[in-house]
Design a protein around this ligand. Sequence first.
Ligand code: RP5
Length: 163
Amino acid sequence: MTAGGAKVAIVMGSQSDWPTMKCAADVLDELDVAYETLIVSAHRTPDRMYEFGKGAADQGFQVIVAGAGGAAHLPGMLSALTHLPVLGVPVESKALSGQDSLLSIVQMPAGVPTGTLAIGKAGATNAGLLAAAILALADEALSQRLQDWRAARSAAVGERPVD
Ligand code: RP5
């Protein structure tokens, strides 16, 4: 089990991914869902990635949110190492604005599924929401919090634009 009993792991390839991946953490905070954050690079720390991917389910994680940019192999490699659902977040890269990240994550071969979200912060937020929705299938209280969260977002939308 994870030290704090977290069921969601938010992993990223670099410290520089954190401003994006924090959006997943923020929405999980709003929903009172525990998570762990880890820097796990497919390229710079492949042994750490392997160890994490192989051990994630035994540690008690149920969903992995994985963000990476550029040659973004982390989400796909984790999908290869664990049967847990992996939600990939393409982090916006400097050179190609995250198009490279998106294409690196989305085009997985049949049999190794990796959920792929939008590029950048919107994708990270939605990955957090999807992680919560997956856990909510077996957690009625969380399901209610998620429905309340969604209802509040709808209620906050005005009917007409204002100056
Ligand atoms: C990827 O390379 C990381 O996920 C990050 O998005 C990108 C750049 O990393 P840094 O050079 O900023 O550490 O592996």
